[in-house]
Structure formats: C-alpha cells, structure tokens
Design a protein around this ligand. Sequence first.
Ligand code: GRF
Length: 187
Amino acid sequence: MRIVVLVSGTGSNLQAVIDEVASGSLPLEIAAVGADRPNTFGVERSADAGLDTFVVNFKDYTDRSDWDAALLEKVGSYKPDYVVSSGFMRIVAPSFINAFEGRYVNTHPALLPAFPGAHGVRDAMAYGVKVTGCTVHFADAGVDTGPIIAQTPVVILPDDTEDSLHERIKVAERELLIKVLGDLARA
Ligand code: GRF
C-alpha cells in the first residue's frame, strides 16, 4: 500500500507513522509528503527521513481552482492507494474527492460529528463537554464529514488547557491513525 500524506503544520502524527513504518510494524510505503504552504516542520522532518516531499503553495495561486488542479495532479503523480490528511488545513475540491473516493483519510481532534472545523479542541472545551477525543474518517467534500472509520474518547480534565488537551488527544490520534492504516494495509 502506497500513501501520500498531506500536512500543514508540525506533522507530529505523521512522525509517528514514519517511525512505525521504519520499525517494520506498519506495512506501507509513504510515497510522498506534501504541504499547502512552505516551511512546515512536517515537510522538513519528512525530508530528513529521506521521503519525497512537495509543496503546492495555496498562496501562489490567484485562482482557487488552479490550486485544486495542481494539488490533484501532484498527489496523483505518486499513484497512492490512500491519501492521508494529517493536520492538512484545507478543504479539497470535489474533483480531489472524486479522484480518491473512499481513499482520502482524515484525522480530526474531536469526536465527529461534534466539533468539526479548525478548532475542534477549543470548541469542545468552550461547549463544556466532559469527553472529547479523535476521529479517523474517510473525508468527503464537507468540513470534517464522511464515513467514520474509528474513534477514541479522551476525557477532559478540570485543569486542562487547549494545549494540554490537544497534546493528549494527539497521543490517542497517533495510535488510532496507525491502527487504521495498519488495518487498511493488511486488508
Ligand atoms: C491534529 O490534531 C490534527 O487532527 C489536527 O491538527 C493536529 C496536527 O498535529 N487537525 P501535527 O501536525 O500532526 O502535530
């Protein structure tokens, strides 16, 4: 199984996947890691790990549809079986979803369908829920929508900050992502 991973930030979840693949316990090949912006630590650490990397910089395109086409072409050029959005902070176009239908996997730091969007951790805290968590799902053209593959609950502690909670969620998110990718790879 070949995957392309898309990131926008630090890529700590991606690093867990890289380590697991390197240790031989996750039977897949990371064909490439791509970002929507320059200078992400996610791309830097992937390059350090010897992986192919690319940037399709959103800000380089005045027309959104040109960025959509460029991203689709670049990702498609690696012929991945699955594309993994791991902290990729862009909604992709319907053309991308169609091209990778049922093969575009997203991770989200909340128990969807609760608290979709860019601030899933903050929104859960603001609402006052006592349990949140993480979701790995097949993404469709909506914001954090599409069939759910697996979820892990995480209890919110009374003295949690957004950062402390997000860090704990990310620990669960890494485990869950690795498990889901392992299941897909072995299916
Ligand atoms: C994860 O919680 C992901 O679900 C969210 O952003 C975080 C990415 O963290 N959208 P990292 O880049 O893997 O460190």
